[in-house]
Design a protein around this ligand. Structure first.
Ligand code: PLP
Length: 385
């Protein structure tokens, strides 16, 4: 049987067995609607309440400041649109390397009449807080900058940007989908007013997530209906999913410190192994301010998708940083914003490690990459991009 090595944890993670165990009763015996006042409903409500408490404790905020949603994408849309529409009109600031959930939500608001500034990044994918300061206008109504980039792993100077937002009294949203449960997050010290997080990046289930909204932050609902989530997000709660999210968060509080350090060592082993054996390869993203488990590699003169498919045949799951559409290589918006030349960005491959990744997995990846890249380069005329 082919060995299977999963190195795509930034895309999604396996559900932790303890998370699954805690969710299972909510698919069986606990089936009431948490809005119902009878015992069946109250049992489900207890599960939701406990999860909310766990998330709030983890972030050191009040449970009333947590709203559950259907995913990081919804949390990001809710934050951008909820903050902007609460003010009716004005100017928004975000960055060019945001996840599409933020970027396209902001573009949709722009189409509705809001002004939008997308600040750029340097070669490492870092936003300069001074660029954010310079972008501020008297009518700026919200700033949204991600904590860490999912593709290249660069961690943004969120504290400095939060201070600038506070000085100007502008609400500050942070997409922390890639850092929540991986890095320490102090929303108070960092000056964050709204924070998106998602369960499936931290060994919880897919399709459930949350948004921290600081008490007193002016925000409107974007999904209308019943009175759920204190009228901020209508719809019967995904009880089992929310219970899973709560358990996943509790486990992260215990595991994230030691795991981050272990994974960073493996990530460095990966990079050292690749660069020792493969010529013309670079690491993208910030060399130090980077997610512990993310190694984003640029293989010059090779197509990302060919590497991903070649590794797939060897049982290894990684992801491509560039896509091949109608015969043309299209690098991701993140690599374009970082100014990575096409002959390098065409071969962007992201490896993201997780709690089950072992040194043997990394060595196997390195072993597979070297002959694969050599073969692909031989098959591809140099300079073809
Ligand atoms: C930074 C970031 N924001 C938002 C999302 C969207 O989260 P979800 O998959 O839960 O919708 C992702 C998912 O990859 C992400 O990495």
């Amino acid at each position: 049987m082919t060995r299977r090595v999963y190195l795509d944890h930034n895309a999604s993670t396996p559900v932790h067995p303890e998370v699954l165990a805690e969710m299972l009763p909510y698919f069986g015996e606990v089936y009431g609607n948490p809005s119902s006042i009878h015992a069946f409903g109250r049992e489900a409500r207890e599960g939701v309440d406990q999860a909310r408490e766990r998330v709030a404790r983890f972030l050191n905020v009040s449970s009333q400041e947590i709203v559950f949603t259907s995913g990081g994408t919804e949390s990001d849309n809710f934050a951008a649109k909820g903050l902007a529409l609460a003010r009716g009109q004005g100017h928004l600031i975000t960055s060019q390397i945001e996840h599409h959930a933020v970027l396209r939500a902001c573009k949709a608001l722009e189409a509705q009449g809001f002004a939008l500034t997308c600040v750029g990044v340097d070669e490492f994918g870092t936003v300069d807080p001074d660029d954010v300061r310079r972008a501020i206008r008297p009518d700026t109504v919200a700033i949204s900058i991600m904590h860490a980039n999912s593709e290249v792993g660069t961690i943004q100077p969120i504290g400095a940007i939060g201070r600038i937002a506070r000085e100007h009294g502008i609400p500050f949203h942070v997409d922390a989908v890639q850092t929540f449960g991986k890095l320490p997050l102090d929303v108070e010290a960092l000056g964050i007013d709204a924070l998106s997080f998602s369960a499936h990046k931290i060994y919880g289930p897919k399709g459930v997530a949350g948004l921290f909204i600081r008490k007193g932050t002016k925000m409107v609902a974007v999904q209308h209906g019943g009175e759920h989530e204190r009228r901020r997000r209508a719809g019967t709660e995904n009880v089992a999913g929310i219970v899973g999210l709560g358990k996943a968060v509790e486990l992260r509080a215990r595991e994230m410190g030691s795991e981050g350090a272990r994974i960073a060592v493996l990530r460095d082993r990966l990079w050292d192994g690749i660069r020792a054996r493969v010529p013309e390869v670079r690491l993208s993203g910030h060399p130090v301010e980077r997610l512990p488990g993310t190694a984003s590699l640029l293989f010059r003169h090779v197509e990302s998708e060919s590497i991903v498919l070649g590794l797939d045949l060897k049982g290894v799951g990684v992801s491509a940083g560039s896509a091949c559409t109608s015969g043309n290589v299209e690098p991701s918006h993140v690599l374009v914003a970082m100014g990575v030349p096409l002959d390098w960005s065409m071969g962007a491959v992201r490896c993201s490690l997780g709690r089950s990744t072992s040194a043997e997995d990394i060595d196997y990846l390195v072993e597979c990459v070297e002959p694969l890249v050599r073969k692909l380069r031989q098959a591809m005329p140099v300079g073809a991009a």
